[in-house]
Write a protein that binds this ligand. Structure first.
Ligand SMILES: O=P(O)(O)OC[C@H]1O[C@@H](O)[C@H](O)[C@@H](O)[C@@H]1O
Length: 240
């Protein structure tokens, strides 16, 4: 990576800064497995998560998965209770499970991601979080990282401002604008195919795929210019 060409790093959160992609994955797995089994539908697999749910806003993840399984449900309202048989109800059912796991287990950031944030702060590079999750601030706070980011474009901000979610590039573009850096001089860091597609669609300076299980080839096919297994791999290049 040529750091002379880069003034801002735009980080996805879950699976890039914190290992919470795995927590989301577990919560989705429990919710969809029970729901699909009760309907006698085809079982939910981890491939379903990577292909249809990962990185997308909550209710869009539910809708995309149900469409792939050929199941139609009414949209419902975000205020639907977790018991409701609606797209919103299923999303809220999963959110309850996600928050239960988070409260029980807490969250530690990836050490390599913290080291990269340290190196970028020393260098004076702008940083922002771009997450589809409405829980992004709570996760950052639990991980002790909330004060590292002045700009956070999360699911709450996107909903309030009507920004289309990943795989559309709008949330990343909003973050670049807010840190005051042209997109050509900003790097997108993503572990989800939908997020890598958002980065590629936004014509950013570089899209770094972080392979936490999706597969390097699939991240490259989706538009990643570089693929790393952990952000620690980039620390020396920032400092050199
Ligand atoms: O339901 P939330 O917390 O708003 O999160 C929405 C999505 O946020 C993304 O960051 C995760 O990759 C997805 O798994 C999750 O579904």
């Amino acid at each position: 990576m040529h750091w002379d060409d880069i003034d801002a790093c735009l980080f996805d959160l879950d699976g890039v800064i914190t290992p919470t992609a795995e927590v989301h994955m577990r919560a989705w797995d429990t919710m969809f497995s029970e729901f699909l089994a009760a309907r006698g539908a085809a079982a939910y697999t981890s491939a379903d998560y990577f292909d249809h749910v990962d990185g997308r806003p909550r209710y869009e993840g539910v809708a995309t998965l149900l469409e792939a399984k050929g199941i139609e449900l009414p949209q419902g309202e975000p205020s639907d209770p977790p018991e409701a048989e609606t797209i919103s109800g299923l999303g809220n059912r999963k959110d309850k499970l996600f928050n239960e796991i988070l409260a029980e287990e807490g969250i530690q950031p990836y050490p390599g991601s913290v080291r990269l944030l340290d190196a970028l702060a020393e260098r004076g590079t702008e940083v922002a979080i771009v997450s589809s999750s409405k829980n992004a601030r709570a996760v950052l706070e639990a991980a002790g990282l909330l004060d590292r980011f002045e700009v956070i474009i999360d699911g709450q901000v996107a909903a309030a401002e009507g920004l289309p979610g990943k795989p559309q590039p709008d949330t990343f573009l909003a973050a670049a604008e807010r840190v005051g850096v042209p997109k050509e001089r900003a790097v997108v860091f993503e572990d989800a195919l939908s997020g890598v597609r958002a980065g590629a669609a936004g014509d950013f300076g570089l899209v770094v795929g972080v392979d936490r299980g999706t597969g390097a080839d699939r991240l490259r096919e989706a538009g990643a210019d570089v693929v790393v297994g952990d952000l620690d791999e980039l620390v020396d290049s920032v400092r050199s």
